[in-house]
Design a protein around this ligand. Sequence first.
Ligand code: NAD
Length: 510
Amino acid sequence: MGVTAEGRHPITGNTAAIPHFLQGERIVDGPARSLPVFDPALGRQTGSVPMASKEAVAETVAQARSAQPAWAAMSLGRRAEVFFKFRTLLGQRADELALAITQEHGKVLSDAKGEISRGLENVDFACGLSHLLKGAKSIEVASHIDVEEYRLPIGVAVGISPFNFPVMVPLWMICSALACGNAFILKPSEKDPSASVLLAELFSEAGLPPGVLSVLHGDASTVNHLIDHPDVAAVSSVGSTPVARQIYRRAGERGKRVQALGGAKNHMVVLPDADFEAAADAAVAAGFGSAGERCMAISVVVAVGAAADPLVDLIRAKMANLRIGPGTDPQSQMGPLITAEHRDRVAAYVGIGAGEGATVVVDGRDVPFSGAGFFLGASLLDQVNPRMEVYQDEIFGPVLAVVRCATYGEALAVVNGNRYGNGAAIFTRDGSAARRFCREADAGMVGVNVAIPVPIGTYSFGGWKDSLFGDGHMYGPQGINFFTRSKVVTSRWPEGDDKGPGMNLNFPTN
Ligand code: NAD
């Protein structure tokens, strides 16, 4: 497939062709179908990414399949060593990786570095793989009979990742999959594919054998070929809800193990006794950080009773100081959106909200920007109600909605009535209200005076309802479960004059 040197795009000739990473090497595809990759701050194409064909998928799966047994047979200590070395390299190359993120995603450099440091938690966790893969053993469950459970790799697994975390989400999957002794094929987002190539290269430098981790670029058809391949045992994916649902269904129909994380609409309930200053800071940071393109972004503030007026005033005042600009400018707090189409779609929601009767407190469409970048100002919509499209849809951009409720009970009903259930937060000084919310909110991750409650790497990440299809969360202990299969062995080693049960046709009892 293709040639092994980096080169110019075969059609445009003037943009960099982004390579796959296969068998430990960057591989530039030959005359493959490709899509443009943009620098969102400049608003122009900077690269092109190949779309792997069915044949390329078959070749990559074959390489993964042949590399996996030796990786699984490598001693746990040597496998862990790869993660320790990778951890060092990731630290040394963090600036380069952050720049690769910013140039294709648009998020500000400090945020890109934050994403890398959260991904590092998954590497730290994988460094302890000798502990994580401990099985269990019970001795003398019956006379001279022992039972033990092994945690074994599943073989070849694939990962499908979204554009919004081009390093952290791949690391969620890669670290768990490789730690467990699997081979892994990542199909990164076609919108910002370069960072994942660098990640795979660092794993290779850290001593990962060729073929154990591949990066294969593509679109929906590549994903379908990967899911359909009979030698692929498991599919781990993160993306929008319609795509998650499709992947879950397709993989499930083919008998594959699958976890498919979907979209979100995260609520932040603010009770009248909350610290409004802190709540407003959190709402602005969690609503507009990464231009609202986070699966754990706050998109709805649910203001209870007397909280509403002061909170809206504070949020509006704080939004006036937001610095929006290129992610490479250290002054910028918020960068552009991922594409021109997405920017226009998000902007249209402000008009939709106004048409539905919401009050446009701050209109991001009014913010002037020079140049061709995909910038949009931040918007605040008040008096939103749960029947509105602007409330129901995942906008995935810098548009924050405020829903006003009279009581905690009403606020909880709003949170639980939403079809998504990724994260939910409550801001209050009342410990018992917070404690109730933790129990009663229908969401997989809950924050108390914390707007973005992404669990640390020793826990697992996942939502409820339309935010996750499948029954396992990502990374942490549940990631290890997902990427291993268990085998339980029952053995009898008679001692002394134990002659065993003899020819007893009854079902064995203990
Ligand atoms: P997306 O659904 O458009 O794409 C995600 C991945 O799926 C990409 O690799 C893409 O190439 C692939 N894909 C697209 N269409 C497909 C299809 N029909 N069949 C198979 N694969 C397909 O998502 P995106 O725009 O890249 O990312 C943003 C979305 O991801 C948001 O909805 C966000 O909430 C969600 N997200 C969720 C989480 C979570 O943890 N729940 C985390 C990050 C992002």
